[in-house]
Ligand binder design. Structure first.
Ligand code: 0FV
Ligand code: MN
Ligand code: MN
Ligand code: MN
Ligand code: MN
Length: 587
């Protein structure tokens, strides 16, 4: 235990809120001297530090620099653009609405939709305003596909159409055998708006039936799709992470179009080549920083951080955003480990204060390992400020400084809770936790790095953490806890949402986990509601909100099935990362 020094009257408790008073006693040893400089007291007792036992990173710089692509250069570009125009022509020649919807769905899942935004938007708009399609009356799949795609793209459609498949408010037993229809209805149910009881019914009806999907009565590919959907629905997935899987499925399907298939494969490989170049640059940045070696207690997860940024925004022209997000995520992972694992409370109070002052001269007060943290932070913020100023003529420095301050303010609250053994309620925990997961800061950086025109009112809207941002970040927090809380609890960390609820409600971990899953679905439905509601004064574009939601989709993918796909690299590394970033599709 650190020695307790007499409390100076100048000690600064300004940032303590009443609910954390219990933790205050644990922080007495931070001293504010008359010069206003906070000091970590010298103690003769050895400092006992925790360890997260993270494995070393799987991808060293030499390996990343050795990645090569054959899919670059003029000949490849010419081939890609010929295929793109061929697919555009095919698209424009499809006239039946159901065929159009199927093609749009396929393009999205093949990862090609970003080439055809205009065509897709125009087509969906026509379908939305067009005549009701009588021929679909008995077709559950068509009804559900239309519902899902229209809502995905911001066209409100009522769930009334599904009433045709119900009797006395419950779904018809007659559709049990229609596995394709059930699957489509299941996917559509994730686009429900909070309060739509018919869609809740659709979700429980289809998920129960699909779980028992009769093994011998449907073909293997459909079975595989059902399993995949039960793992995570489309609305919670990043299509590009599954593009290879889907390309393989599409290749075997009856309505495969050769040009579409060829373009999907080529485009996948071209983007992989671009991503490899980006990763090489980032790996040079990271190995030059040397934080992996200097701070061996922390996560060294550059590729996983890049993967996250790729999930948030994968389109080739958002390269700059991926660069910044990867850096930010990588560094946040380290800072988070400083707060959660390695730092003593005294050191953390001091670090939080130095960041608050943002004074490079104060760096000398920090222990050596924290100097690297502080300087890396200042550097990345300065660099990003410069870039944005150069390109947009907007000074984002005060904003960025505030975002990190807000993050560390939440980190220190958790550190105080942990050190004083305080058990927050779920409500109290989430109030702090939706920021401490670094969701808001990731959303804000995504905003300033993707928008062509950064708007002050948009920035301020996000900074105020309105419901739509809060809900998204709460989902991020809940999914992270779902995947990481067991290990966190074992090594010693603040209790997670799962454990807060166990203590609040006196339930088992299993019951609490189920409750969290229901909460996550509920919060998604609330987000869907806000996206469609006209009253919430949300100035953000539909497409930016989608980028924000990609943050939590990536979280769903990384933390799926209760694993920590970020900290424990080999969970996703073996399959998804290699497949996405290293191995091209044979043409
Ligand atoms: C989560 O780790 C972590 F560090 C993440 C998610 C990196 C930041 C990622 C983004 C901003 C996208 P951990 O489970 O240790 O986080 P908590 O908050 O539980 O300590
Ligand atoms: Mn942590
Ligand atoms: Mn943390
Ligand atoms: Mn966690
Ligand atoms: Mn945690």
């Amino acid at each position: 235990m650190a020695a307790i020094f007499p409390v100076s009257p100048l000690i600064n408790f300004r940032r303590f809120t009443p609910c954390k008073l219990k933790a205050v006693t644990a922080c007495k040893s931070v001293i504010k001297s008359v010069t206003g400089i906070t000091k970590v007291p010298v103690t003769t007792e050895p400092i006992v530090r925790r360890s997260a036992n993270y494995k070393p990173c799987l991808w060293d710089d030499n390996f990343l620099q050795s990645l090569k692509t054959e899919y670059m250069g003029e000949a490849i570009d010419a081939r890609a653009s010929a295929l793109r125009e061929e697919v555009r022509m095919i698209f424009n020649n499809v006239v039946e609405p159901l065929d159009q919807l199927e093609l749009i769905d396929q393009l999205q899942r093949l990862g090609l939709d970003y080439h055809f935004h205009d065509e897709i938007n125009r087509t969906l708009k026509n379908i939305h305003t067009g005549q009701k399609n009588e021929t679909w009356e008995k077709d559950l799949h068509a009804t559900a596909l239309e519902f899902r795609l229209l809502r995905q793209h911001g066209h409100y459609i009522s769930p009334e159409g599904f009433k045709r498949f119900t009797e006395n408010g419950s779904f018809n037993k007659g559709i049990r055998a229609d596995v394709q229809g059930l699957l489509s209805l299941y996917e559509a149910s994730y686009f429900s708006i909070d309060g739509e009881s018919l869609m809740d019914e659709a979700w429980s009806f289809t998920s129960n039936l699909l779980k028992e999907c009769p093994e011998n009565t449907v073909d293997l590919d459909l079975q595989m799709q059902v399993r995949n959907a039960l793992e995570l629905p489309l609305q919670w997935r990043i299509p590009r992470f599954d593009a290879k899987w889907y390309i393989n499925l599409y290749q075997k399907s009856g309505d495969m179009i050769p040009a579409v298939l060829a373009f999907a494969k080529l485009d996948f490989n071209v983007r992989q080549g671009l991503n490899q170049e980006e990763l090489k640059d980032l790996s040079r940045w990271w190995s030059r920083l040397g934080m992996g070696e200097k701070l061996p207690f922390s996560r060294d997860r550059l590729v996983a951080s890049f993967f996250w940024s790729l999930g948030i925004t994968g389109e080739p022209h958002h390269r700059y955003c991926r660069e910044v997000l990867t850096k930010i995520i990588e560094l946040i992972g380290v800072y988070d480990d400083v707060y959660d694992v390695y730092g003593t409370l005294d050191e953390l109070e001091l670090f939080t204060d130095v960041v608050h002052r943002w004074d490079i001269n104060a760096m000398k007060e920090l222990p050596d390992y924290m100097k690297l943290c502080f300087l890396s932070l200042i550097n990345v913020v300065n660099e990003t400020t410069y870039d944005i100023l150069k390109d947009h003529n907007i000074d984002t420095f005060p904003h960025q400084k505030k975002w990190f301050n807000d993050l560390f303010e939440r980190y220190i609250v958790e550190a105080r809770w942990y050190n004083s053994g305080y058990q927050p309620t779920l409500e109290e925990y989430l109030k702090n936790g939706f920021v401490s997961i670094a969701g808001p800061i990731a959303v804000l950086y995504s905003y300033i790095c993707t928008e062509d025109r950064i708007k002050k009112e948009d920035l301020e809207f996000i900074e105020d953490l309105p419901d739509i941002v809060r809900l998204a970040c709460e989902i991020f927090r809940l999914t992270d806890d779902y995947g990481t809380s067991s290990a966190e609890l074992k090594r010693g960390d603040v209790p997670s949402s799962i454990h807060c609820y166990m203590s609040d409600a006196g339930v088992s971990e299993e019951v609490s986990r189920e409750h969290m899953m229901n909460l996550i679905r509920k919060k998604w439905a609330q987000i869907n509601k806000l996206r469609f509601s006209k009253e919430n004064n949300n100035p953000l574009s539909w497409s930016f909100v989608d980028i924000m939601l990609n943050l939590i989709r990536a979280a769903h993918c990384l933390y799926n099935a209760g694993d920590d796909g970020y900290g424990v690299e080999d969970v996703v590394a073996k399959d998804t990362l290699v497949s996405l970033l290293v191995e091209p599709i044979p043409l």
